[in-house]
Design a protein around this ligand. Structure first.
Ligand code: C2E
Ligand code: CA
Ligand code: CA
Length: 686
């Protein structure tokens, strides 16, 4: 009864009782002991020999030796393990723990104890050690980390990959392997682990040597028996080779793409890429407005060079040509070689067709420079045809066709020139070009003269000011009025030089008149906003004031409404400085721009000048008259003075005076007068 209880108590049958009586040579095995081996209680003979026969011979030998040693030393506790064959042929692993009992003379007489089936545990142990070996031997890096990212295990593969030994790394933080100081891996991966249970990425880590290492990294959670996350398992596989192969492939593709889209001789975009860019420019222009120009450039008599000097010289001419044209272009423009000696340029973001003609001129000029190739000095020229988008054509094919047509016209007209597809454009461009060149010369040669137009107080008839108006005394074309060259001068920036000259000349002249006692009160100068924006404007004005002993309050600067209404902080600040010097500021051509009242209030101005387009049709145009009245009222409420220009008739003057504008400028009193005539005019008055 007591054995049964004991047996039941022992581990649900996995542990048996063994009692070996060495004196009587019997062996007791509890029934479950036999059952472990697949036998019933009645089956196995109760002798130690039976047991020995079933056990693994190696283990028997080993255990017997151990038993003898125990007996010799009179040790009581005997632990042992062995394999024993199951009835079905497989091995069972047993762990035994027994007491050896000795008689009075010290002879071992009995051994009693437990025998436990540990086959499962052995298998597990074996499996784990197997895994451990696999992990240890695998050529990839397998690392375990605690929740904070500290390394808790480090296999051989990690050592091979990163160059650190396990001793060096265990306990260190994982970020030691990161390339950057601040490793985002941690935060990113933890979040991903929480969300998806795994984090997979391709990343560059750092070897011990500092060398970067491209790996495929898989992080997965390390869990305890209850499934609680206690750390992270990191698996890293070296993909440097694969990455390199990928990069080589990408590079090869890039080279192939490049070759398919570029001309081998010059490295320029070829026809395919050119059309691509052209379509792109059309799309961009549709989206953003403005426009672009397409140049078709063909070298003059290139065939002759090729035929007489050979292809290798011809090739070099083409390469130099490509370089020279390219050097004239901006980043955003495209230069392509279509074939042979045909080049195209897409000139982006064209605001004025004149800009295309300037570029064409520059290209023609650079092509004409001599080329020194070996012992030859070659003189080349080109012919250029220009088509404009959107003016000339709506699609790429037509644009190219038209530029080509224009190019042939340039050839037919004598080569070494450009032609627009729209013939009128060419004439216009050429005139402007000539004008521009001669305008430049005019500045150098000071071909300008000043006219002065009086401003009159209509109530007294007294001159209260003079407006200086510039004219260009052209050597062959005679006196040219500002409307014909000021816009060009503004566009090219030459206006700054012109206005500087006007300022100097007018102030000097008016100062002389003052000294003569001819006091016109006020000198009004037209000021381009470009001049105001110049860095030295304030110094220049100060210099003139000092040099000519000119009082600041004698001076008034007229800025066209359309130019000043761009609300630029710097411009306003500069105007304020001018104003602070005591110089008057007026808004010219008032009513033609789109002034906002709030800006008007902020500007440091004294006077509004009603544009002459509103005066012209008084007294016939009611709308204009209403506008004039409104402007006068506006000036009143802003506490600004008001003057009207372009007043030609008695009615116009009367209307203005009646409505409160008594300052009048216009042919009614006087046309703009040359310096001598103005001298007389003033002399008569004073
Ligand atoms: P603006 O500043 O509006 O100058 C007045 C223009 O009106 C002058 O033309 C003048 O001759 C003209 N005018 C004056 N009274 C009458 C009139 O009763 N009837 C008509 N029909 N016209 C009259 P101008 O001299 O041809 O100047 C044209 C424009 O050129 C000026 O318009 C001004 O914007 C610009 N300008 C002239 N000189 C200069 C200068 O030195 N610098 C700058 N930046 N612009 C100037
Ligand atoms: Ca003016
Ligand atoms: Ca005006």
């Amino acid at each position: 009864m007591s054995t049964e209880r004991l047996t039941l108590a022992l581990d649900g049958g996995k542990t048996a009782i063994l009692d070996w009586d060495m004196v009587n040579k019997t062996l007791y095995i509890s029934p479950n002991g036999k059952k472990m081996l697949g036998y019933s209680d009645s089956e196995l003979p109760t002798s130690i020999e039976t047991w020995k026969e079933l056990a693994h011979p190696e283990d028997v030998k080993k255990n017997f030796r151990s038993f003898l040693q125990h007996r010799h030393k009179h040790l009581k506790t005997f632990e042992h393990s062995y394999r024993i064959r199951h009835r079905h042929g497989h091995w069972i692993c047993i762990f035994g723990r027994a007491q050896i009992i000795y008689d009075a003379e010290g002879h071992a007489v009995r051994m009693i104890g437990t025998q436990t089936d540990i086959t499962k545990e052995k298998e597990l142990q074996f499996k784990y050690s197997h895994y451990a070996q696999i992990i240890e031997q695998i050529h990839d890096s397998v690392i375990s980390l605690d929740k904070q990212g500290n390394i808790t295990s480090w296999n051989k593969g990690s050592e091979m990959l990163f160059g650190y030994s396990a001793d060096e790394m265990i306990g260190r933080h994982f970020s030691l392997l990161c390339l950057e100081e601040k490793c985002s891996l941690q935060t990113k991966s933890i979040a991903a682990l929480e969300q998806y249970g795994e984090y997979k990425t391709e990343i560059q880590l750092k070897k011990r040597s500092g060398e970067p290492l491209f790996v495929e990294l898989v992080l997965s959670p390390l869990k305890d028996n209850e499934g609680k996350r206690i750390g992270i398992v990191s698996y890293a596989h070296d993909i440097t080779d694969r990455k390199e192969a990928e990069e080589r492939l990408v590079e090869q593709k890039r080279i192939l793409f490049y070759q398919a889209h570029h001309d081998a001789l010059t490295g320029l975009p070829n026809r395919v890429l050119f059309f691509d860019r052209l379509e792109q420019s059309i799309r961009k222009t549709k989206r953003l407005g403005s426009g672009f120009a397409l140049f078709f450039i063909d070298l003059d008599r290139f065939k002759h060079i090729n035929d007489s000097l050979g292809h290798s010289i011809g090739d070099r001419v083409l390469r130099i040509t490509a370089k020279r044209i390219g050097s004239m272009l901006r980043q955003e423009d495209t230069l392509a070689r279509l074939s042979g000696d045909e080049f195209t340029v897409i000139m982006e973001d064209l605001h004025h067709p004149a800009d295309a003609s300037y570029l064409a001129e520059k290209i023609l000029a650079v092509l004409q420079k001599p080329m020194y190739i070996d012992e030859y000095t070659l003189y080349i020229s080109g012919s250029i045809g220009i088509s404009l988008y959107p003016e000339d054509a709506a699609d790429a094919e037509d644009l190219l066709k038209y530029a080509d047509t224009a190019m042939y016209r340039a050839k037919a007209n004598g080569r070494n020139m450009f032609q627009f597809y729209a013939a009128a454009m060419t004439a216009y461009a050429i005139e402007r070009m000539e004008m521009k060149t001669s305008l430049k010369e005019a500045i150098e040669k000071e071909e300008f003269v000043l006219y002065y137009q009086p401003q009159v107080d209509a109530l007294t008839g007294h001159t209260i000011g003079l407006e200086a108006l510039v004219r260009w005394q052209h050597p062959s074309r005679g006196l040219i009025l500002p409307d014909q060259f000021i816009p060009l001068a503004e566009e090219t920036g030459l206006i700054v030089d012109i206005d500087r000259w006007v300022m100097k000349t007018a102030m000097q002249q008016v100062s002389l008149w003052h000294k003569e006692g001819l006091i016109p009160d006020m000198l009004a100068l037209n000021l381009s906003i470009k001049q105001l924006e110049g860095h030295h404007f304030l110094q220049e004005i100060e210099h003139c004031l000092n040099a000519f002993e000119f009082q600041p309050h004698w001076l008034e600067l007229e800025i066209p409404e359309g130019q000043v209404m761009k609300d630029h902080k710097e411009t306003i600040a500069k105007l304020q400085k001018v104003h602070d010097m005591g110089i008057g500021i007026s808004i010219d051509d008032f009513g033609t721009g789109y002034s906002s009242l709030s800006l008007l209030k902020r500007l440091p101005i004294n006077l509004l000048k009603i544009d002459r387009s509103f005066i012209k049709d008084i007294p016939f145009d009611e709308e204009d008259m209403a506008i004039v009245k409104a402007i006068i009222a506006l000036a009143g409420s802003l506490k600004l003075e008001i003057i009207a220009e372009g007043v030609e008739t008695e009615e116009q003057k009367a209307f203005l005076v009646e409505n409160g504008c008594t300052k009048i400028q216009g042919f009614y009193y006087s046309k703009p007068l040359s310096q001598e005539k103005m001298h007389h005019f003033l002399q008569k008055q004073f």
